[in-house]
Design a protein around this ligand. Structure first.
Ligand code: GTP
Ligand code: MG
Length: 617
């Protein structure tokens, strides 16, 4: 019988473990240039030169075997063979950042001291070379007592050698009968040794860090830094609107054309209506926002890969401390701009449980990409595409304001929570600043394709299904002669009931109708509105108008602004609630989250509506 061969990648955060894992197994794990990207173990298949497979596990980065946060706990457990349902990995592959040896050797020694078959991947040797370090891997191997293989994960350099080293360590593992206890190693001692080893392994060092140090002086400057960060965000949101418009217009025209083509080609009837009103008008109204999503993620991915994101975390640390959070919360909150689900999972790298809980509770207020279609459709319909001077577009400005509103709301809530429910001292923040890197075009491209695919898949599955169900609920029972179809329908009845609740904050029936299906996914608010208006238009024998024109015909500006304010806060997403339940082990906190976010949304929408009405908008 053949054994199942196993190996695990271990090392400090940001050493390039996931990049190496992807290169060795062909997986597509997320990599980014800041610590704490991976928070869960992930396995894949590596094929050795002999053709034999090895199950390789990618682990969260860690500073030591005595875990201080939930993600480090996973690493320690897997290494020690105490992870439920999993055998202990036979070979440990320690991944080191060659340009940061002194730090990374501290944990490496602890792992090597376990006495198990171990191989060291001396990764990022390209960056070490760039920084003018000349390394002596043989000296390091001698000092550590295990093989050391230089690698460049992102350029696939050294992979064959690494696989061969894993294979021979693997062969030793078969005859390894050592008892697997954990020997005591002293941290201070390891630090001193790490320093000595790093010195011995570095043959020569030239001063090339200077440029990067100078860039950091500017980007991390107490007041120039935040200004640059804000200017950058400003550019991002301008680009989301200005850059996407031609593409979005093209897609919208294509959807319109498709709509007309289907209408002309099919015989009149419910099937035709389902396709034109539900699928094309509904799902199509969401898909047209693909260009905006791609532009937003282009900036996010470029900032992640370059190393700027970690600087932004550093800059925000002071502001975060002001509301009782640490800069450690920044990365999870930042991930929440893509989606709150990975954001909430990323809180596993936060050591302090109260810090972590607070971060989980405010994460849904970060504007996730699912809100972008909702914001964009309403802004495009109600905010004039005007230049407010210096080439700054009003639409992009309003979009930025919505993002800022979410951030400010989150900070205020954090402040309140830290003074009441999650009271406690704010923990300190130490984060290594990663090296600056030029984002690689190929990685960016793959990242964008992945994001686009996630967006389209959502449109094709959950948004499609919810829209079709809504269309059915809008069309049955059929209206009597002279009756309005939407009013007669099941959906209309439900919406009329809800309208009583949301009328005080300025919402009409159509808006109320969009809120319930949008619980499945926020983008559904857009497809629901599009479908509702398409059904209503067909009923009144109007030609189908584009969604923007329909909104303008049925809503006032204060109503539109109130709807935007609602979406800044409302917890319109079931999956976020589910992941909160999982990460907090119970229903208490997700229930709390739902209640307070709905409360906030209601307040914000109401205040916006009445203030805008009073201002005569
Ligand atoms: N230049 C260079 N960059 C690398 C190399 N390996 C990884 N990177 C980059 O370094 C950054 C960190 O890589 P990851 O694979 O996410 O690091 P990790 O060890 O998995 O980090 P955590 O999941 O946070 O523990 C990414 O931006 C990678 O593109 C390398 O050999 N050379
Ligand atoms: Mg990783």
């Amino acid at each position: 019988m053949t054994r199942l061969r196993t190996a695990a990648l271990v090392g400090n955060p940001n050493a390039g473990k996931s990049a190496l894992f992807n290169a060795l197994t062909g997986a597509r794990q997320k990599i980014a240039n800041y610590p704490g990207v991976t928070v869960e173990r992930k396995s894949g298949r590596l094929v050795l030169p002999s053709g034999e497979p090895v199950e390789l596990t990618d682990l969260p980065g860690s500073y030591g075997l005595d875990a201080t946060s939930p993600d480090e706990e996973v690493t320690a457990r897997v290494i020690m063979g105490r992870y439920p349902g999993e055998t202990m990995p036979e070979v440990l592959v320690v991944v080191l950042d060659a340009s940061n040896l002194e730090q990374h050797l501290v944990f490496a020694q602890e792992v090597i001291a376990l006495g198990r078959p171990t191989v060291v991947a001396l990764n990022m040797v390209d960056l070490a070379e760039r920084d003018g370090l000349v390394l002596d891997p043989a000296a390091l191997a001698q000092a550590l007592g295990v093989p050391v293989i230089p690698t460049v994960a992102v350029r696939r350099r050294g992979l064959d050698e690494l696989a061969a080293a894993i294979a021979s360590a693997e062969a030793r593992a078969a005859t390894d009968h050592a008892d697997h206890h954990r020997p005591f190693t002293d941290l201070t001692e390891r630090r001193v040794t790490a320093q000595a080893m790093a010195r011995a392994a570095i043959v020569s060092e030239t001063r090339q860090h200077r440029l990067h140090a100078r860039i950091d002086q500017v980007l991390l400057h107490p007041w120039i830094g935040p200004m640059i960060l804000f200017a950058l965000l400003f550019v991002v949101f301008q680009a989301v609107f200005a850059g996407a418009t031609p593409f979005a217009d093209g897609l919208e025209a294509a959807a319109g054309w498709l709509h007309d083509a289907v209408r002309d080609a099919m015989a009149p009837g419910l099937m035709r209506d389902l396709i034109t009103e539900g699928v094309i008008a509904g799902v199509g109204s969401v898909v047209v926002f693909l260009p905006q999503i791609v532009i937003l993620f282009f900036f996010i991915l470029a900032m992640e890969a370059s190393g700027y994101m970690a600087r932004a975390a550093f800059l925000m640390d002071r502001m975060m401390a002001g509301v009782g959070l640490s800069g450690r919360s920044f990365i999870p909150l930042l991930s929440s701009f893509a989606c709150a689900i990975p954001g909430i999972m990323a809180t596993r790298s936060i050591t302090d449980p109260k810090d972590r809980l607070t971060t989980i509770l405010i994460a849904p207020m970060m504007t996730c990409s699912a809100r972008l279609p909702v914001y964009a459709v309403i802004i495009a319909a109600f905010i004039p595409n005007r230049d407010v001077g210096f080439g700054v577009g009003l639409q992009g400005l309003v979009l930025l304001a919505l993002y800022v509103a979410g951030i400010v709301g989150a900070m205020l809530v954090a402040l309140l929570l830290r003074r009441s429910i999650t009271r406690g001292a704010a923990s300190g923040f130490i984060m290594e600043l990663p090296k600056y890197q030029m984002p690689r075009a190929k990685d960016l491209f793959i990242g964008l394709v992945q994001r686009a695919w996630i967006f389209l898949r959502r449109a094709g599955t959950i948004i499609f299904m919810v829209t079709v169900v809504l269309w059915l609920l809008l069309n049955f029972p059929r209206a009597q002669e002279g009756q309005d179809q939407v009013d007669a329908s099941i959906a209309g009845h439900i919406a009329n009931g809800l309208t009583v609740v949301v009328e005080p904050i300025g919402f009409n029936r159509d808006m109320a109708l969009a809120l319930i299906p949008a619980m499945a996914a926020r983008e559904v608010a857009v497809s629901s509105l599009a479908t509702t208006y398409a059904v209503a238009a067909a009923d009144e024998d109007q030609s189908a108008q584009q969604l923007g024109a329909q909104l303008k015909a049925h809503w006032t500006l204060p109503m539109a602004l109130a709807f935007l304010a609602w979406f800044v806060f409302a917890p319109q997403c079931m999956s976020t609630i589910a992941v909160t339940r999982r990460e907090t082990n119970g229903w208490k906190w997700p229930a709390f989250m739902l209640a307070y976010l709905f409360g906030l949304a209601y307040l914000a929408a109401g205040i916006t509506f009445w203030a805008a009405t009073a201002a005569g908008l």
